[in-house]
Design a protein around this ligand. Structure first.
Ligand code: SAM
Length: 280
């Protein structure tokens, strides 16, 4: 699958094959068609600042750097840093930062990388799957969330995140509360080296609201209560979680125009917002 200018990935991956660190989620992309589709999903413009999580060998970094003004890539594995710095020297438009994304002060990193005041940025990454949920939460709770987030995740996770009303899970509600979410395309496991056990998919998240500690705490208190027992109705779950009589819960839901037999997965995000206000 490697061809033309991607020969360098081939060399790096061949030399790393035995060394790819499973515990760091190291499954490197080797399908250049997928690279183009990831970058197209993010609609990168020449003025864009792009944050990449886990550049690995730099295969995606390279394509991003050809489209964007600046790419800031945070990599945890110090063994990968020398090759990355050789490939993207200080004179290039790529800044390599050796850091755990979940410990990073991203706003500070962006400031140091000369992101002009008031300008937005994008996140594009083939992330390590072992920290998918923490990465998404981290990005959506940033003081200045990205304009758009394009991530490769496990296919099953992508489907859950982008599920529609009627099939929402607590994960879907947690993501869709902060962002519009769509599944861009499916990626077969053969697009990676080493080949993982599961297929993947690229999701595109467009943040629509900023993190608000107090408001969001109330919202998620309700969501968690609603999903506490998936098979039970909202009335039963709320009654048990909030120590309220069932008819009092049913009355409140009725006033919101919600059926007493409704289950958590059937509520849309704005229903949850109304419910959270009613059960404050
Ligand atoms: N971007 C490369 C590609 O597409 O081939 C590599 C993707 S690989 C799935 C995930 C990358 O994330 C690896 O390079 C891994 O070392 C790195 N990584 C793992 N945990 C990390 C963390 N907490 N912070 C930053 N990078 C991390």
């Amino acid at each position: 699958m490697y061809s033309g200018r991607y020969w360098i990935e081939y060399i790096i991956i061949i030399s790393m094959q035995v060394k790819a660190k499973k515990h760091l989620g190291q499954n490197f992309l080797k399908d250049e068609g997928v690279l183009g589709r990831i970058v197209a999903s993010a609609n990168i413009a020449p003025d864009d600042f792009v944050v990449e999580i886990g550049p690995g060998t730099g295969i995606l970094t390279q394509v991003l750097s050809e489209k964007a003004k600046r790419v800031i890539s945070l990599e945890l594995d110090s063994d990968l840093i020398p090759n990355l710095l050789k490939r993207f020297p200080l004179s290039s438009n790529v800044t390599i930062v050796r850091q755990d994304i979940l410990q990073a002060d991203l706003m500070e990193v962006l400031k140091k990388s000369q992101l002009p005041e008031g300008q937005s940025y994008k996140v594009v990454a083939n992330i390590p799957y072992y920290i998918t949920a923490p990465i998404i939460q981290y990005l959506l709770e940033l003081p200045m969330p990205p304009e758009c987030i394009v991530l490769m995740v496990q296919k099953e996770v992508a489907e859950r995140i982008t599920a529609k009303v009627g099939a929402l899970s607590i994960l879907a509600v947690s993501v869709q509360y902060y962002a519009d979410a769509e599944l861009s395309f499916i990626v077969p496991k053969t697009a990676f080296e080493p080949v993982p056990q599961v297929d993947s998919a690229v999701v595109r998240l467009v943040p629509k609201r900023s993190f608000d500690k107090d408001l969001d705490k109330k919202f998620f208190r309700c969501v968690k209560a609603g999903f506490s027992s998936r098979r039970k109705t909202l009335v039963n779950n709320f009654s048990a979680s909030f120590h309220l009589p069932k008819d009092a819960v049913a009355q409140k839901l009725d006033r919101l125009g919600l059926d007493a037999n409704i289950r958590a997965q059937a509520l849309a995000i704005d229903d949850w917002q109304r419910v959270a206000t009613a059960f404050e």
